[in-house]
Design a protein around this ligand. Structure first.
Ligand code: ADP
Length: 454
């Protein structure tokens, strides 16, 4: 079978691959950022704790108290910077930068906090983005603030230092994701591919619960297609057969006349046979055309408000001669019954049912047509006092070309398609057909429509 690929068909594998990789990368990024933030917080706390300890040690030494001579203090420390700030914010001492070049420090947050709350912390980025300076300041008894600060890696440098590892992990995990998604899609797609290659055994293939409705629809469609093909094939065979019989007669009789083999007295009889068979052909072809019209009709037929009683009246008038010929009387009873329907189709239903009731009746038989409205439904009932339909045939008489008694049907001009047309039209109108019959007593066929609502 040829593989069809539409332009907008997305390959499932590719799609799952991309999603997988995408999710992996996002997960790795989020994890890295969150972990860095948490670790950096711990790292910061650790530095602050150290700074606080240094500061308190320095404070307790008393070197920076009022009595000592500050300018004499020499603290050589590469790592720590120590600053003493007076109550008005002026820098009194700094172990790194000369006091003379230093500006007022009042506005520094950690110093402000120390003056107001007793101690203060701050972290500020250094000139280079890679480094941060951590500050701790404490208020001393004499009103000055002692501040100790230390430079260390900033969060950015911590983050950046992790980048090579990050890339490595990302690469490995992406590879893993691609491999996983490959096997995953393969196993996901396997039952689907199996189903596509073997439509006849859809139920035997292990599949997903979620796909059940999908499988059921496909199976139903598959069965419908097979059934339709079969019905169509049977119909074609039946049509050919039905057309062949009258044509063979016509051909035979005309050949006899052509060859001069018909006696003068026979010619008239042969001509009438030819005439009868041609009429039969015409009725057959008309019914076949009508059925195929109904079959191919895609849109709903043009609907209007139709009074079934009025239609029944017309049918009775049209069939009066026919009824007389069969020595059958027709009775019409009931009241107006309005339905939303196609007028021509309603005429066909009533005509076909009444015609059958006349043709499958006995001499001096009766046909009762009733139209009535009941509980929001309009009922059309056609009852006869005729030959009845044996139980075992009742389901099938609506099938195309199905007849209980073939010779009786043919001799009365039947095609075996009348009830098939009735069934088709009823279905198109959402109407239901019910049938009651007793052999030798008669038949009643009722079609129930939804009543017309304003
Ligand atoms: P037909 O053209 O042969 O009448 P239909 O489709 O109208 O075809 O009916 C199918 C068959 O159903 C008929 O051949 C006949 O045997 C049976 N049938 C239909 N209507 C009646 C009826 N009112 N009474 C008895 N048999 C009927």
């Amino acid at each position: 079978m040829m593989k069809r690929q539409k332009k907008n068909d997305v390959p499932l594998k590719g799609k799952i691959n991309i999603r997988f990789v995408f999710v992996t990368v996002i997960a790795i990024l989020i994890t890295t950022i969150l972990t860095t933030i948490v670790f950096y917080q711990l790292f910061k706390n650790e530095i602050m704790r150290d700074l606080k300890a240094y500061t308190n040690v320095l404070k307790s030494t008393g070197i920076f108290s009022e009595e000592s001579e500050i300018s004499d203090v020499h603290l050589d420390n590469d790592d720590l910077r120590i600053t003493l700030i007076s109550a008005d914010g002026d820098v009194l001492y700094d172990n790194v930068v000369p006091v003379s070049v230093m500006t007022n420090h009042w506005n520094r947050p950690e110093i402000e906090d120390a003056f107001t709350k007793g101690e203060g912390y701050a972290v500020r980025l250094s000139e280079t983005i890679n480094r941060s300076t951590f500050y701790y300041a404490v208020l001393m008894e004499d009103g000055c603030v002692l501040r100790v600060s230390k430079e260390s890696d900033s969060i950015w440098s911590v983050l950046l230092s992790g980048v090579p590892y990050l890339l490595g992990i990302m690469f490995l995990l992406t590879l893993l994701a691609v491999m996983l998604s490959h096997y995953l899609t393969k196993s996901i797609v396997k039952p689907i591919e199996q189903m596509a290659s073997d439509m006849d055994h859809l139920d035997d293939i292990p599949s997903y619960k979620e796909m059940r409705p999908f499988i059921d629809t496909i199976r139903k469609q598959h069965e419908d297609i097979l059934q339709n093909a079969q019905v169509r094939q049977e119909f074609t065979a039946n049509v050919s057969h039905e057309l062949k019989t009258p044509l063979t007669s016509i051909s035979g009789y005309s050949e006899l006349i052509e060859n001069g083999m018909a006696a003068d007295g026979d010619i008239r009889r042969f001509a009438s046979e030819i005439h009868r068979n041609s009429n039969r052909l015409l009725t057959l072809i008309n019914d076949i055309i009508r059925l195929s019209e109904l079959d191919v009709m895609e849109d709903a037929p043009a609907m209007e408000k139709v009074d079934l009683y009025e239609i029944a009246q017309t049918a009775v008038d049209m069939l009066a001669v026919n009824a007389e010929k069969h020595e059958v009387t027709i009775n019409l009873k009931g009241t107006s019954g309005y339905v939303m329907a196609n007028r021509v189709m309603m005429e066909e239903i009533v005509y076909n049912l009444t015609d059958n009731a006349i043709r499958y009746n006995n001499r001096n038989g009766r046909v009762y047509l009733t139209v009535c409205e009941k509980e929001g439904k309009v009922l059309l009932a056609v009852r006869d006092t005729g030959i009845g339909i044996p139980e075992e045939h009742r389901e099938q008489i609506f099938q195309r070309f199905y007849r209980v008694d073939k010779s009786r049907s043919k001799s009365t001009g039947g095609t075996g398609l009348g009830l098939a047309i009735v069934k088709h039209i009823a279905a198109q109108h959402g109407a239901e057909i019910s049938i009651e019959s007793e052999v030798g007593k008669g038949t009643e066929i009722t079609v129930t429509f939804e009543a017309y609502k304003d």
